[in-house]
Design a protein around this ligand. Structure first.
Ligand code: ADP
Ligand code: NA
Length: 323
């Protein structure tokens, strides 16, 4: 089980942190993937654009390889049981703990005029999304590690108080370390909301991709053989590792170690490899996005499957709680 918020265009971080694993999991596991529209209300209360964003995220999910016949693809608000479980879990969530969540502190910094209770209890809603399907594996990027830890805490608290209902959900990346896709500006991670010029979106045109990559920060190159890479150079290599051929990466590694690297050439190569990677997803998503009838059918079918699984869990939950 996992989800992505419809708060803007999807980017490479969403793809390599989350979507890629959704696609890899769909053949082997019973999967529930949602567009998290309720979560977006904590930061984006204006809903005028919401439906359009939901359609876009869904289209980008499908364009990335998700198959609605294999995984349940649905919209969070279509599964009302989420809100009921969220209510019960709120009684097991303590204010002091929630206030210490780093993402809460970040959001308070970003929107000091709208520190609503939903923002504070975001990890509770996220736990409800996951536990609602009694999910064991949650494919997410590195930035979600702490939220998963919180979800495990609530699962354990519930089980302890009312009896065993929930497995402990684990962040999942096929046994590998969780992914953090760096931003092109050398600082932090790619994100929907921060540093849009340093974020590569799945909807970016070929020229925009080239422009953004060529602006990535570099320097005049190393002066000592085999030196340690500065963060902003390490990040360019990290990005190259996601989309470029192995021998190409090895060539630039060796050029770096021998102090003959030309960052202009490296960025040109990276830009072309990014274009090759992103363009087919963008084009496919664009044609799916405008087919509203199809998207509606996909979401209805997905919600039906998700509600079935949610109902089974909620019957257990109410029974265990004596409600
Ligand atoms: P955003 O942070 O861009 O708003 P979401 O919060 O909707 O994205 O996250 C959706 C998924 O994408 C989560 O699993 C999250 O871990 C993953 N993700 C987001 N940004 C990155 C990144 N830069 N690197 C790796 N994974 C990421
Ligand atoms: Na995130």
């Amino acid at each position: 089980m996992s989800g992505i918020r419809p708060t803007g265009f999807l980017h490479l971080g969403n793809y390599f942190g989350a979507l890629r694993n959704y696609v890899r999991m769909q053949d082997e596991y019973e999967c529930y993937f949602m567009v998290a529209d309720l979560h977006s209300l904590t930061t984006h209360p204006d809903t005028k654009e919401l439906k359009g964003h939901v359609h876009r995220v869904l289209a980008e999910n499908i364009a990335s390889g998700l198959d609605p016949d294999k995984a349940a693809l649905f919209c969070q608000s279509h599964v009302r049981e989420t809100s009921e479980l969220y209510l019960y879990l709120n009684m097991l969530a303590y204010k002091g703990e929630l206030e210490k969540t780093p993402t809460f502190k970040d959001k308070v910094r970003l929107q000091p005029d709208n520190v609503n209770a939903g923002l504070l209890t975001y990890p509770v809603l996220m736990a409800a999304d996951i536990l609602l399907h009694r999910a064991a594996l949650v494919p997410v990027g590195k930035d979600q590690e702490q939220h998963l830890e919180i979800a495990r805490t609530y699962a354990n608290r519930f089980n302890h108080r009312y009896g065993d209902v929930f497995p402990e959900p684990q962040a999942f990346n096929f046994g590998q370390a969780l992914v953090k896709v760096p931003s092109l500006d050398g600082a932090g991670k790619m994100s929907k909301s921060e540093n849009q010029n340093a974020t590569l979106y799945l909807a970016d045109s070929d020229d925009l991709i080239r422009k953004k990559v060529m602006k990535a920060k570099t320097d005049s190159g190393p002066t000592e053989p085999n030196s340690v890479k500065p963060d902003y150079i390490e990040n360019i290599f990290l990005l190259m590792n996601l989309v470029s051929e192995k021998d190409v990466i090895e060539k630039f590694e060796s050029d770096f170690n021998n102090c003959v690297i030309r960052y202009g050439d490296m960025k040109k190569q990276l830009a072309e490899d990014m274009v090759k990677f992103i363009a087919p997803i963008r084009e496919k998503a664009e044609s799916i996005r405008t087919d509203e009838k199809y998207l509606k059918e996909v979401m209805e079918k997905g919600a039906e499957k998700a509600r079935k699984s949610a109902n089974a869990t909620m019957e257990k939950v109410r029974e265990h709680m004596g409600l």
